[in-house]
Design a protein around this ligand. Structure first.
Ligand code: SAM
Length: 383
């Protein structure tokens, strides 16, 4: 299954764009308020397995991978509001046709237009397939020389007119599509999601995962593959793929208790995952510490920092700032140094040391202050 798998997937969704296919519909609970302005022909072609749009915020720039008829994009458009933007990517013309035809209808009901649909393959988000198609029509491939020229054109387009530029997206979402990408192309898919996200951005992905390895004979079944079953990654490997691409702070937001389908004893269920981009970068010493609040005795993060419950761990400025935000903020107490070290004066910090921070380091070696107890017994607040 590779380019053959892609052709089968395209064919199946071209047909499913014209006539709703019940076997592709996994039951999902959407907030009915957001469905009111979405035309019926889109609602009928819901081939998702989760609802990543639930986790979006106002003003965000969102990229939906494998947007299909556009339902999740049109829900996202309402959640991010007029100040946000939504881009849907799909490779199937018939799906793009429905989504693009309905975009102005949804925009009219909303009073603003913030959704667009682009043609591309989600494992190659730099290549604009419509621009490439225009070039190929002018210079068709007729032999090896024109083939090589076409390859050079595609590379040039990726640089000069990227379909989705590097670091341009706040949130990448996807609903039941990653499993459809062929095994070879999956290697390229996760780094591509990472590339297009801004530092500080996140991916929220709903997909079908398996509880056991999927045997090759099931993977070669075109119906099971294009039906979002046998291309599924084993659930732990699904998370690992994001980790390997450089994401941190991975969390399972939802995991269906009941499988959507079972094939030869293997369970296939919906899972929604969140993963963050932004742990890369230099580490500087500013005498900051964080205290892991529990409930576990100790935890290990994606950079192998080990935090023991209740202890002051020495961290670099990057980790200190990162941990103040989601998904970590609630899990830690943050101890600032009494005298701030300006970033420009800060020395490099050895992040791998897993050192504890003595309070004297935070307060200063000469700190000798003595104070009276806070006045909290008169009905006022102690803090
Ligand atoms: C299962 S449907 C999901 C559609 C939509 N996300 C939804 O929730 O209804 C899969 C969609 O992904 C598209 N697709 C599959 N593989 C793709 C790929 N490699 N690149 C771009 N689109 C792809 C198909 O054309 C189809 O529209």
């Amino acid at each position: 299954m590779s380019s053959k798998a892609e052709a089968i997937v395209k064919q199946r969704y071209a047909t499913a764009a014209k006539t709703p296919e019940a076997s592709l519909c996994c039951p999902v609970n959407y907030d009915p308020n957001y469905l009111e302005i979405i035309p019926r022909e889109i609602i009928e072609k819901d081939y998702g397995c989760g609802n990543p749009s639930r986790y979006l915020k106002r003003g965000e720039i969102v990229l939906d991978l494998g947007s299909g008829a556009g339902k999740v994009c049109f829900i996202a458009a309402q959640l991010v509001g007029a100040e946000g933007r939504v881009i849907g990517i799909d490779m199937t013309d018939e799906m793009l046709e429905i989504a693009r035809r309905n975009a102005p209808i949804v925009a009219k009901s909303l009073g603003y237009a913030n959704v667009e649909f682009r043609k591309g393959r989600i494992q190659d988000l730099a290549l604009d397939l419509e621009l490439f198609d225009q070039k190929l029509r002018k210079h068709p491939v007729t032999g090896v020389n024109s083939f090589l020229a076409a390859e050079a054109t595609s590379n040039e387009l990726r640089t000069t007119h990227p379909l989705v530029p590097t670091e341009s997206i706040d949130v990448v979402i996807s609903n039941c599509v990653l499993n459809l990408v062929s095994p070879d192309a999956k290697q390229q898919l996760f780094p591509e999601i990472f590339r297009v996200l801004k530092t500080g951005g996140r991916a929220v992905i709903s997909d079908i995962v398996s509880d056991e390895d999927v045997p090759t004979e099931l993977q070669s079944d075109p119906d099971l593959w294009s039906g979002c079953i046998s291309g599924s990654l084993r659930e732990d490997l699904f998370l690992e793929a994001f980790e390997r691409a450089g994401f941190y702070g991975l969390r399972i937001l939802e995991r269906a208790e009941r499988p959507w389908r079972k094939v030869k004893g293997i369970e296939f269920r919906s899972l929604t995952l969140e993963a963050f981009k932004g742990k890369q970068g230099p580490c500087f010493e500013r005498n900051q510490a964080i205290i892991y609040k529990g409930p576990f005795k100790e935890v290990l993060d994606d950079d192998n920092h080990r935090f023991e419950r209740g202890k002051r761990s020495a961290v670099c400025d990057k980790t200190f700032q990162l941990y103040r935000k989601a998904p970590y903020g609630e899990l830690f107490e943050f101890v600032e140094p009494m005298t701030e070290i300006p970033l420009v004066e800060a020395r490099p910090f050895a992040c791998s040391a897993n050192a504890l921070r003595h309070p004297k380091q935070t307060k200063g070696q000469d700190y000798q202050e003595t104070s009276a107890a806070s006045q909290c017994c008169d009905g006022g607040s102690c803090v």
